[in-house]
Design a protein around this ligand. Structure first.
Ligand SMILES: Cc1cc2nc3c(=O)[nH]c(=O)nc-3n(C[C@H](O)[C@H](O)[C@H](O)COP(=O)(O)OP(=O)(O)OC[C@H]3O[C@@H](n4cnc5c(N)ncnc54)[C@H](O)[C@@H]3O)c2cc1C
Length: 540
């Protein structure tokens, strides 16, 4: 079926929803579609706990927030982008409040929390379930605009619709598939916003929900856009080890309160790793656990708080205590198994902070984008901030584009999909390849890398990619096939990016090149076929 809209939005996390609301307000006559591959709230946004960083207190300053961000980014942040995001931060927080988000307040003022790497308290939050509150309010606000915004749940975008117009390549919407009805639709729109989130599911252990399969990066790259800095993946050091169940984060403040990391045979993990031991920073702790797991071949280490006062633990960490108990672990009585887990992708589709990509008519926002905000390492709570600022700026930029004279005509493109969308194949084959890909990425492209392991990963990824490409063309499609095809493409781009950076910087640590080298003080860019770039960057 063919559907026509003015704006097509792919993704219902903070970036997609905020963008939709801003565009709807700026273009009251426009019709918008939000396409999302599961339920509206199946997003990373919904899982965010900590909050959003913004300069909101008299004792804080824009300069301080900028400096903290630049320090975390290890030389690769783009200062102009950081300035724009930080300066716009306070106004978007007010806009979120206007859309109905209820942040925690004390005496009428925002209760500002503090997180690692921030020099002062600047994290607005809604208790420890900030993302859930944001998602609730933005979904409700979008539903109130039902005259303008149509939701398509359980609809997965396969590829963008593109065609040449003169010497330009135009994005005119997307091909969309619904597994439930086994329906294939072409959504046409002059403006497409790709807000598909992160790629944590490429790893065996991740804090990200099932939807985070890097689809946007693969989709944009196939359409000709460049991607950047995909070697920089942030790992959270301590997620509860419960394979097969949705991941649960054990906050780093647990170590702050006296929690101790131990190996399976009872040694302290951090004893020889750093003078601060269990209080060392996130990256150092994650690296020490990774080293221990690689050497021992074990699946997890233990985090122990059973020596601390049990009443204090229950009071200080009520949510963690309850959730662990629900999963069979009483943290006041015994240590719990934890494992570092892929958490956030600093890289993505190359774009400006206004969401503009190399493909005319295609905009991006949120975790799928690489704007230069995070550099080689993300400062905690800056990702929701970047997503919402970017969505706002992209709504302005794309509205200008939408209103310009001589907007390219959206012309129907022939259905490039094959008839095999009709009958699904055994899902076990896909599940097997997905697990294999996740294992390869975790074992060879994880926290500590070597050139040998990366080359081995590339061989494995190519093998899986070839196999899935054949499934995709010759066998009936399911969401599993579509996602695995995207995951294989993204894995290849990530490994290639990691192989191109011959230094260790920020989140990329490679034993063959253990030091930073300022010859590599550049973004890692894999050019898409539309790229006309020739700048300060590492390219293959
Ligand atoms: C456990 C956890 C805690 C976090 N805590 C914080 C925090 O405290 N502060 C902070 O700043 N950041 C935090 N982050 C990171 C932050 O939550 C994310 O970076 C942010 O929510 C991403 O928003 P988004 O809109 O880009 O993507 P998401 O919220 O992930 O939304 C992506 C959307 O795209 C859809 N989609 C994907 N592919 C397709 C496709 N092919 N077709 C159709 N739809 C598709 C998905 O279904 C989903 O609706 C946390 C992340 C996690 C996982």
């Amino acid at each position: 079926m063919e559907r026509r809209y003015d704006f097509l939005i792919i993704g219902s996390g903070i970036a997609g929803l905020f963008y939709a609301l801003e565009v709807a307000a700026k273009n009251p006559q426009a019709k918008l579609a939000i396409v999302t591959k599961k339920a509206e709230k199946d997003t990373s946004t919904n899982r965010a706990q900590g909050g959003i960083a913004a300069v909101l207190s008299g004792t804080d300053s824009v300069e301080a927030h900028i400096n903290d961000t630049l320090k975390a980014g290890a030389g690769l942040c783009h200062r102009d982008v950081v300035e724009t995001v930080v300066e716009t931060g306070p106004s978007v927080i007010e806009e979120l409040v206007g859309y109905g988000v209820k942040f925690t307040r004390v005496d009428g003022r925002f209760d500002l929390g503090r997180e690692g790497g921030h020099s002062t308290n600047r994290v607005v939050h809604a208790a420890d379930l900030t993302g859930r509150e944001i998602e609730r309010a933005l979904v409700a606000a979008c539903h109130q605009k039902a005259d303008q915004i149509d939701f398509y749940r359980d609809h997965i975008v396969l590829d963008l619709i593109t065609y040449p117009s003169g010497d330009r390549e135009i994005c005119a919407g997307a091909f969309v598939f619904s597994e439930q009805g086994r329906v294939f639709d072409a959504f046409y729109a002059p403006v497409t916003m790709l807000a598909t989130g992160g790629l944590g599911q490429l790893y065996y252990h991740t804090t990200n929900p099932k939807i985070a399969t890097g689809d946007g990066v693969a989709i944009a790259y196939r359409a000709g856009a460049s991607v950047a800095n995909l070697e920089f993946v942030q790992f959270h050091p301590t997620a509860l080890y419960t394979p097969g169940r949705w991941p649960f984060l054990i906050s780093e403040t647990v170590r702050g309160e006296g929690g101790i990391l131990k190996t399976v045979d009872g040694r302290r993990v951090m004893d020889n790793a750093h003078p601060l031991k269990d209080l060392a920073t996130r990256d150092i702790v994650a690296r020490a656990i990774d080293k221990e797991l690689k050497e021992s071949g074990e699946e997890y280490v233990f985090l122990d708080v059973s020596h601390l006062d049990s009443n204090h633990i229950k009071k200080r960490f009520p949510n963690i205590y309850k959730e662990c108990l629900r999963r069979g672990f009483d943290i006041t009585q015994r240590s719990i198994p934890v494992v570092p887990s892929a958490h956030y992708s600093c890289g993505g589709v190359l774009s400006t902070i206004k969401g503009k990509t190399e493909l005319e008519g295609l905009y991006v926002a949120g975790e799928v984008a690489a704007t230069g905000m995070h550099g080689a390492n993300r400062l905690a709570s800056n990702s929701l901030l970047e997503a919402v600022v970017m969505a706002k700026l992209a709504s302005e930029k794309s509205t200008e584009y939408f209103k310009q004279d001589g907007l390219p005509e959206v012309i129907p493109v022939e259905n490039s999909l094959h008839s095999s969308l009709l009958y699904p194949r055994e899902k076990v084959l896909i599940a097997h390849d997905r697990r294999q890909l996740q294992r390869v990425m975790s074992d060879f492209v994880g926290i500590v890398r070597t050139a040998d392991r990366l080359n081995l990963a590339l061989k494995n990824v190519h093998y899986i990619k070839d196999a899935i490409e054949q499934y995709y063309l010759a066998t009936p499609a399911t969401y599993g096939v579509v996602e695995l095809r995207n995951m294989a493409t993204v894995a290849e781009l990530m490994v290639k990016s990691a192989l191109m950076r011959h230094e260790s910087r920020g989140l990329h640590y490679i034993e063959d090149f253990p030091y930073t080298d300022d010859a590599y003080l550049k973004d890692t860019i894999i050019k898409g076929k539309l790229s006309k770039r020739n700048q300060n960057e590492i390219t293959p």
